[in-house]
Design a protein around this ligand. Structure first.
Ligand code: FES
Length: 105
């Protein structure tokens, strides 16, 4: 069994909450955030079609580049950040250990 990884959510400037997550269940970052009580609607069920799971990656390991579906959906958002991602498209894996992010309304 693999060890849990750590994901950090910046809830306000300087305030980070640490989440522990398994990597052997095929969870997405969106699913972890919802299970941790964050109010993400995920109306599309994780299909990169609603953007309600928008997060800004602030620091941490390099992630795989977004796919075309994710890029298309991000392009429709009124506000984008340099680290904007759809959390449903980020699979929790050892390479995502140490990710720091904040939710974007
Ligand atoms: S849950 Fe809909 S785009 Fe991520």
């Amino acid at each position: 069994m693999e060890q849990d990884i750590r994901i950090y959510v910046e809830e306000s400037p300087g305030q980070r909450r640490e989440l522990a997550a398994p990597t052997d269940m095929g969870l997405s970052l969106m699913e972890l955030l919802r299970a941790s009580g964050y109010p993400i609607q995920a109306t599309c069920g994780g299909m990169a079609l609603c953007a309600t799971c928008h997060v800004e990656v602030l620091a941490g390991p390099a992630l795989p580049d977004p796919g075309d579906d994710e890029l298309d959906m991000l392009a429709t958002l009124p506000v984008q950040h340099e680290g904007s991602r759809l959390s449903c498209q980020i699979r929790l894996a050892p390479r995502t250990d140490g990710l720091v992010l904040r939710l974007v309304d």
